[in-house]
Design a protein around this ligand. Sequence first.
Ligand code: CTP
Ligand code: ZN
Length: 155
Amino acid sequence: MENGLIVSKIRNGTVIDHIPAGRALAVLKVLGIRGSEGIRVALVMNVESKKMGRKDIVKIENREIQEKEAELITLIAPNASINIIKEYEVVGKRKLGVPEKVSGLLKCPNPSCVTNNDVEATSTFITVRKSPITLRCAYCETEIGEEEVLRQILS
Ligand code: CTP
Ligand code: ZN
C-alpha cells in the first residue's frame, strides 16, 4: 500500500521496503549504486507507513540483491524487507537477517588497532547487538554503533 502511488509499480526487479525514513541513499550506497550505471532506480523518501510512521522505499529495475548485499542493508535498515518483482507481481518477500560479522566494509575507529596499521589486516567486526546495531572489532574490541556505521557508509 503506497499513498496514491508516489512512484509507479515496477515490472521486474527488487523493491526494498520499510527502510527507516531518510536512509534510502545509504541503502543505495551499500548496494554500490551511484546512478552512473544507468540502472533505473526510484527512491521514495519520508512517506507515511502504517507500521513505522515514516519510511523510505527503494525500487531497482532488473537487478537482484545478493545475500551479502542484503546482509549489509540490515546494518542501516534492520527491519527492511526485500520484494522480488516479476511481471508486476511480488513473487518473493524476505525479511533480512543481520550478519554475524562484517568484513572489509567498516573502519575501526581505534587508531592503534592493527587493522589501521597493517595493510594485510582486513577490518572485521562481530555483531554483538542486532537492532540498533552494535559491532565489536575482532582485533581490539572497540565497539561501534548505528550512528558510526551510518556515518562511515555515507562518508
Ligand atoms: N511494488 C512495486 N511494483 C510492483 C509490486 C510491488 O513497486 N510491481 C512495491 C509496492 O509498492 C510495495 C512493495 O513493492 O512498496 C511490496 O509490495 P506488496 O507486498 O504488494 O505491499 P505490502 O503488502 O504493503 O507489503 P508489506 O506486507 O511487506 O508491507
Ligand atoms: Zn579495532
